[in-house]
Design a protein around this ligand. Structure first.
Ligand SMILES: *Cc1c(COP(=O)(O)O)cnc(C)c1O
Length: 377
């Protein structure tokens, strides 16, 4: 039987059409790692940690090679137990993911969707916008104050449609931090049915006394999730391992929708070993604090404004997009790759990852020469 005329059949399409919101997403552009015609490239564009992977993680990765025909433990049991031991957390309240990016995506689909709003701050981590839009939510970017998340502005933008608030603490790319009292004020000002996601990808680098990565607020209720990653201080970005510490309800939902074997066998082995590497986190944190302070001071002496940061990166502010682009070119000419910030609406800034002392020295040298040439020119 033919369909009746009144059913208004969809116009014929020549090929399958993505949902319209998919085409609104600007694809994520990662930090570059190659330069044409430069032998030694120093990649300071993805906050990957200054010291490469922990030696024990490399050994564990190598050792598991003969096992890679096996499916991994889909529940990441040993890894969750190791994370639990390290952080004093109940492993049943942990879910591991293919990087914390996977978990960001699932949270948006679980709690967001058509007709809902997701809040993030103006210069917050781009993945929230990508994942939230893909889920069908409207993603609202809320103004910041002094490149720092503004709790009052977030609260002022809450509506009946709000389902999730994402805060990276410290934030990438700005490096700014919300003290625990501010985070608690945010939680207290949000309705109970709004999920607060505290993304603490850089928690291990923080030295501020009034900081909590999110554990306290997760424990205090049923509506806060903390996200962590092995991609930064643990030096395992290429392995793709992140985790959530969450209330039972969110754990249950995440376990229903995540990739069944989302963390592969080598990634689980490497992450367990990384947690066991003696002194690794302490070494990374101490180096970072010292090297970040020294490089920041060198750039300020050269006349570049540096935004204070609690992560293993910071924003160098060149005042104009043109000067930032010229500085980027001067760095590239010496094989130094940092991150341009146009995609974050900060085109006058470059985000510089804190590398080894030698790498930081090369950045300082290049930018000091660049600024001197600006004055002469
Ligand atoms: C790097 C980063 C992540 C981690 O992503 P992975 O998928 O775990 O590699 C999450 N959030 C922020 C803010 C980051 O900068």
């Amino acid at each position: 039987m033919n369909a009746p005329e009144t059913m208004h059949p969809a116009p014929p399409q020549l090929h399958p059409q993505p949902r319209p919101e998919v085409m609104k997403i600007a694809a994520y552009v990662g930090g570059e790692g190659k330069l044409e015609g430069v032998n030694r490239v120093i990649k300071l564009s993805s906050n990957e940690g200054a010291f490469g992977p922990p030696p024990g993680a490399v050994a564990a990765y190598t050792k598991v090679a003969s096992e890679i025909f096996r499916y991994p433990d889909g529940a990441s049991t040993a890894l969750r137990a190791a994370i639990g031991r390290r952080h004093g957390l109940d492993p049943t309240r942990i879910v591991c993911g293919t990087g914390s990016d996977e978990l960001i995506g699932h949270l948006c689909h679980i709690y967001g969707g058509a007709g809902t709003d997701i809040l993030m701050s103006m210069h917050g981590f781009t993945m929230y916008q990508i994942a939230g839009t893909y889920a069908g939510s409207r993603v609202i970017k809320v103004p910041e104050r002094n490149l720092t998340t503004d709790v009052d502005a977030l609260l002022a933008n809450v509506t009946e449609a709000t389902r999730i608030v994402f805060v990276a603490n410290p934030n990438n790319p700005t490096g700014s931090l919300l003290p625990q009292a501010e985070m608690e004020r945010l939680r207290a000002g949000l309705r109970a049915d709004i999920l607060l996601v505290i993304d603490a990808a850089y928690a291990e680098y923080v030295e501020a006394a009034d900081y909590d990565p999110g554990v306290k607020l997760v424990d205090a209720g049923e509506n806060t999730v903390m996200l962590r990653t092995f991609s930064k201080i643990y030096g395992l970005g290429g392995m793709r391992v992140g985790w959530a510490y969450a209330p039972a309800g969110a754990i249950d939902a995440l376990n229903r929708v995540r990739g069944v074997f989302n963390v592969n066998i080598a990634a689980q082995a490497a992450a367990v070993a990384a947690l066991a590497e003696p002194g690794w986190v302490e070494k990374g944190r101490e180096h970072n604090a010292r090297a970040r302070a020294r490089l920041s001071a060198a750039l300020e002496r050269a006349g570049i404004k540096v935004w204070p940061s609690h992560g293993n990166f910071f924003l160098a502010d060149f005042a104009t997009p043109a000067r930032a682009a010229a500085a980027d070119a001067a760095l590239r000419a010496r094989g130094l790759i940092v991150r341009a910030m146009g995609a974050y609406d900060l085109p006058h800034c470059l985000r510089i990852t804190v590398g080894t002392d030698e790498e930081c020295g090369l950045v300082a040298e290049a930018l000091t020469a660049f600024m001197a040439a600006q004055k002469d020119g």
